[in-house]
Design a protein around this ligand. Structure first.
Ligand SMILES: [Zn+2]
Length: 114
């Protein structure tokens, strides 16, 4: 990976961090406890609970991604960034730009079932 590529990934990490932060905030709004007296509108209470569970799951996933991206942002300048933890080959730039928090190359990821 050359410096330009590294810088591009770095920019992406910050972009993704920002987007994930916004997503977390909006999901937190949606997962606030349902008050018994809230007007139900077109959704029944059961549907609201189901929707909240979906949002809670999404929130959890978003928080995990946020932490991974944070970790990647601290690691990007280190020599071992972008190297597969399993086979120690370079992870493809095309993959890192989409998933900068990758710790494995595509083939190891599939092999390990990650
Ligand atoms: Zn690998």
């Amino acid at each position: 990976m050359n410096l330009t590529q590294r810088q591009k990934i770095k920019d992406k990490i910050y972009q993704y961090l920002e987007a994930t932060k916004i997503e977390i905030e909006s999901l937190k709004e949606k997962t606030k406890p349902i008050t018994p007296d809230c007007s139900l509108g077109r959704l029944t209470r059961q549907e609201m609970i189901q929707e909240q569970q979906v949002n809670e799951h999404a929130l959890h996933e978003a928080e995990i991604r946020f932490n991974k991206l944070k970790y990647a942002s601290g690691k990007i300048d280190k020599k071992d960034y972008g190297i597969c933890m399993e086979c120690e080959e370079d992870i493809l730039f095309e993959r890192l730009i989409l998933v900068p928090e990758s710790s494995h190359c595509v083939s190891c990821k599939q092999e390990l079932g990650l």
